[in-house]
Design a protein around this ligand. Sequence first.
Ligand SMILES: *[C@@H]1O[C@H](CO)[C@@H](O)[C@H](O)[C@H]1NC(C)=O
Ligand SMILES: *[C@@H]1O[C@H](CO)[C@@H](O)[C@H](O)[C@H]1NC(C)=O
Ligand SMILES: *[C@@H]1O[C@H](CO)[C@@H](O)[C@H](O)[C@H]1NC(C)=O
Ligand SMILES: *[C@@H]1O[C@H](CO)[C@@H](O)[C@H](O)[C@H]1NC(C)=O
Length: 382
Amino acid sequence: MSRLQLRRWRLLSSPPRGIRGLALLALLALSVAAGTDCPCPEPELCRPIRHHPDFEVFVFDVGQKIWKSYDWSQITTVATFGKYDSELMCYAHSKGARVVLKGDVSLKDIIDPAFRASWIAQKVNLAKTQYMDGINIDIEQEVNCLSPEYDALTALVKETTDTFHREIEGSQVTFDVAWSPKNIDRRCYNYTGIADACDFVFVMSYDEQSQIWSECIAAANAPYNQTLTGYNDYIKMNINPKKLVMGVPWYGYDYTCLNLSEDHVCTIAKVPFRGAPCSDAAGRQVPYKMIMKQINSSISGNQWDKDQQAPYYNYKDPAGHFHQVWYDNPQSISLKATYIQNYGLRGIGMWNANCLDYSGDAVAKQQTEEMWEVLKPKLLQR
Ligand SMILES: *[C@@H]1O[C@H](CO)[C@@H](O)[C@H](O)[C@H]1NC(C)=O
Ligand SMILES: *[C@@H]1O[C@H](CO)[C@@H](O)[C@H](O)[C@H]1NC(C)=O
Ligand SMILES: *[C@@H]1O[C@H](CO)[C@@H](O)[C@H](O)[C@H]1NC(C)=O
Ligand SMILES: *[C@@H]1O[C@H](CO)[C@@H](O)[C@H](O)[C@H]1NC(C)=O
């Protein structure tokens, strides 16, 4: 359905009666055809982006009006997981960046092809009425390898991509996958089928302690080796590296330690998750901006773990409990990002852009700039 047809359909769903009603309808249709319902200062900003960049910088935005402070010289796609903001859409388009919807659906429902078709139609219509450029499918639900959901999910991605590409020229359909294809969090997905079926997958290289099978101790959100092993495994399955965008965390985990040893081993509470005895669910997610505010009052100062190639610090809360905070900073992110050039991945992105401090305070400004800076491809940086 074209945008114009869609508008007509919406008008006709509460049909005005009589000649005057029809005249009004014709007038409205004319104004829609002239593009006057475009919320942007320039009507051409409502056109979908057609350009395909060589390097993707895929940004998740969760709302709040701070997106104007992002580094738009780098952004190629914004996945809007907050409330729709037409101003953001116009601004992104003025910078040549795509704006995509969030796609989430209950997997039990998508076994039915008719349900899939109506879900996809609804999403395409929404994207059109909001002048958006695609969809990011974010399904983090458990799937059994032998269940009907397994094939239905691949079919959903394929059908979504076909429909978006057909209905919105130049549109982009992407899918979020776990840090490794090895059934993380009991997500048995057809990764090769899904990667084939969409433009690219966003690899969520974080929450890597969601299932801790060994000792219940605090550890890095995205340890260096573990993260890169995940990419090696995707590539070993014959997924083209150009179908992989590396997702890095702009947040960390704050764990309350049951015991903090002198050599900084923080024992954490046993919180089981999808079969594993403990999990990062014992911790609390904290944005980079909060971590940067807290680090100077920590008891350990900034520490670097050589095995995990990640920073952390310990602090004592007002009630006297010890905490350990693991996070990512420009140093740990740039180490991982080197892999992107070495293996020819499609690009980089983060969960999420709102996690930095855009207040304009001098120290914060510097820290925020450094986080954006490390996203740049290394060859261009030096
Ligand atoms: C994955 O999906 C593709 C495309 O539908 C299919 O050809 C392939 O057999 C599937 N692989 C597995 C392991 O199910
Ligand atoms: C708890 O931490 C203290 C040092 O803070 C250490 O001496 C002790 O061995 C730790 N206990 C356990 C069970 O790890
Ligand atoms: C924390 O300490 C560092 C080094 O002493 C300093 O440069 C920075 O400004 C401090 N950060 C804050 C938020 O005060
Ligand atoms: C990380 O991987 C490298 C290369 O495979 C290996 O030499 C090293 O021991 C690993 N480090 C850890 C902490 O697992």
